[in-house]
Design a protein around this ligand. Sequence first.
Ligand code: ADP
Ligand code: MG
Length: 355
Amino acid sequence: MKLSQIGELTLLDQIRKRFKKKSNNIIVGIGDDAAVLKPIYKNLLVTTDMMVEGVHFDLSLTTPYQLGFKLISVNVSDIYAMAGKPLYLLLNIAVKKNTEKKFIDKLFDGIKDAMNLHDTILIGGDLSATKSGMALSATLIGYAKRHIQRSGANVGDGIYVTGNLGDSACGLELLKRIKRPVPLERSKIRKHGAKRKELRDKSKDPMRHAPCAMLLKGLSWNTVEPLLRRHLLPEARDAKKFARYATSMIDISDGLLIDLSRLCSESRVGARIYIDNIPLSPELKKAAVHLDIPPLKLALSGGEDYEMLFTAPAGNKVRAIYIGEIIKSGRFIVDSSGREKPFSAKGYQHFCKRE
Ligand code: ADP
Ligand code: MG
């Protein structure tokens, strides 16, 4: 059935029922002209992110479930990057009238799973028809006892990341070769810390199909799946545990070099990072060689990993990966032989030998 056959009011009613969640802090939720919230938090955080068809996503490579999941993850990641906790969500959806209701249901499945994972409540939004294409936008309200900005890095601080880099960009490269959506989902939502293995679903293996198997010959599904997952179903990293000592923080959405450059600009400092310390997953190393792309190129300049990048004064026992230090000025990257070269936001070319 098409959305035009259902009508806006019925759809709104369905949204209201599906996302119903009680909270003592919400006085008025979905259904009125505005939501009413109890002001119990001192410092509120507010962030918004938009995803536009043809610009941020391609429906020939992604499922509606994945789209919905990612929309929430990217917004939650921004709240986590301020050392905050996400609370309330506003959701704006613009789609063509002839969109299948099934598509919207799947989109909401993804949105709901990601919202449950991060404990957020839908409090409102807007619906609109478009003449062509689709646009989604979410606004997330959160709070932080002590927020952490990009601008707090000091000379002498260590620079840390919370996990492997480049996996998402590698997943996208694989997806471009697979050339169709891979129906990975998060049917069993788990909290952080559970083993990745639980999420694997062999029945969804696109490599069963002959053309994929040929294209990605030599790569196993065990290598491909985690990389695709990092791209299609990114999980925002809760940075709460670093809040005690982090001096500055940013989530890596556009690539390490770009986001580190942003942090340096806001903090008015420089940085030196060490190539050998950049964390690369074994899957990335395998797949990148196969794709003939230097893994470091993906790790330094590939976006959408949604790991946190933060700085902390020396002397703290930081449970993250140390990649370098904050210096007075300049941005440098030190290669395996100890040679130091300046980097720009897109300067990976100087550091990667083709493999
Ligand atoms: P108005 O025309 O007064 O702006 P709407 O008819 O757009 O109100 O919305 C009615 C109610 O439904 C509001 O509470 C609004 O926040 C909520 N709502 C509309 N679209 C969405 C959506 N996509 N997700 C969640 N709530 C929505
Ligand atoms: Mg109104």
